[in-house]
Design a protein around this ligand. Structure first.
Ligand code: RIB
Ligand code: CA
Length: 308
């Protein structure tokens, strides 16, 4: 089966960085381009980190600069989790390449036209770029085959009790994407909180010996310490799990669902309201991943990281 043409829309971000490591080694994905967006930290940092990660991985694909903040709201960030530079203070190599002269939403449309309906989007940050692309290009929904996001939750949130960070950061953008007509596969906290790697497993990855494998273990240590204060031993691999889902969903369990985003609530803004079986019988505009075979996930991570 020929590899899936994808754009990776991201806000690196420590777990975004791990997603880069895996995405480069996944034969099922043909990552055509990276689009950066403000999220975990400002666009300056997420864009710089995207370029630096590609340099570190010697990965020659273009980066397109995206939105510096949400469509309507004030920008929020997660520097307390990812560090002020978004990379846990890790100093990535200075990239030789620069961002392309086209912005992210125009690039998404351009690639969608070129791929003639086969393009898929993997979005692991706030959905601002994709929403702006849908607002600017009415023909775009017919040109994108599928959207896989890390975001949302049918149950509890992490940014607030109701909302997961990527959706909370730009609820209006997320609702535009869920209403676009393109099927959205939501890899939310229901599943990603189970995509946990333990400190021992992280050390086993580092023991593979490559600079990328050691980076994998080292760059997540601040988050491991942050999670231990929450009583969780290890790190939830949110973005890597979404990328793996996009490549091969055989180790995941997902159900058709109607999904909308609360944009009016005060305490519930950013909640992904997920209709699996209610009497409301919402139109099934997507799928929600509810489970993962964690052991198979970790085995896959080792297999991919062994390729470096
Ligand atoms: O809630 C986790 C998500 O928010 C991940 O994508 C992480 O990188 C942050 O963007
Ligand atoms: Ca992210």
């Amino acid at each position: 089966m020929s590899p899936i043409p994808v754009i990776l829309d991201c806000d690196p971000g420590v777990d975004d960085a791990i997603a880069f490591l895996l995405a480069k080694q996944l034969p099922q994905l043909n990552v055509l381009a990276i689009t950066s967006v403000a999220g975990n930290v400002s666009l300056e940092h997420t864009n710089y980190n995207a370029l630096g990660l590609l340099e570190f991985l010697d990965w020659d694909i273009p980066v397109y600069r995206g939105a510096a903040g949400p469509v309507f709201r004030k920008r929020v960030e997660a520097a307390e989790v990812h560090g002020s530079n978004g990379m846990a203070g890790y100093d990535l190599p200075h990239a030789r390449s620069e961002v392309e002269g086209v912005n992210a939403w125009d690039a998404i449309h351009q690639y969608a036209l070129e791929q003639q309906g086969a393009l898929e989007i993997i979005a692991i940050g706030p959905l601002t770029n994709l929403a702006l692309a849908f607002l600017k290009f009415p023909d775009l929904p017919q040109l994108i085959k599928r959207i896989v996001i890390m975001g949302g939750s049918s149950d509890a949130g992490n940014a607030t009790p109701a909302a997961e960070f990527n959706i909370y950061a730009d609820p209006e953008a997320a609702d535009i994407v869920f209403c676009s007509g393109v099927p959205v596969h939501m890899c939310g906290l229901d599943m990603t909180m189970k995509a946990l790697m333990t400190p021992d497993e992280l050390n086993q990855v580092a023991a593979l010996g490559s600079k990328q494998a050691v980076f994998f273990r080292d760059v997540v240590q601040d988050i491991v310490r942050f999670m231990s204060r929450l009583g969780i031993t290890g790190i939830n691999m949110h973005d890597p799990a979404a990328v793996l889902y996009a490549a091969d969903d055989s180790i995941f369990t997902a159900y058709p669902a109607g999904i909308r985003v609360e944009t009016k609530g005060t305490i519930t803004q950013g909640k992904t309201v997920t209709d699996l079986f209610s009497d409301a019988k919402w139109q099934k505009n997507g799928f929600v991943a509810m489970d993962i075979d964690r052991e198979a996930f970790v085995e896959k991570v080792f297999e991919l990281m062994s390729k470096y």
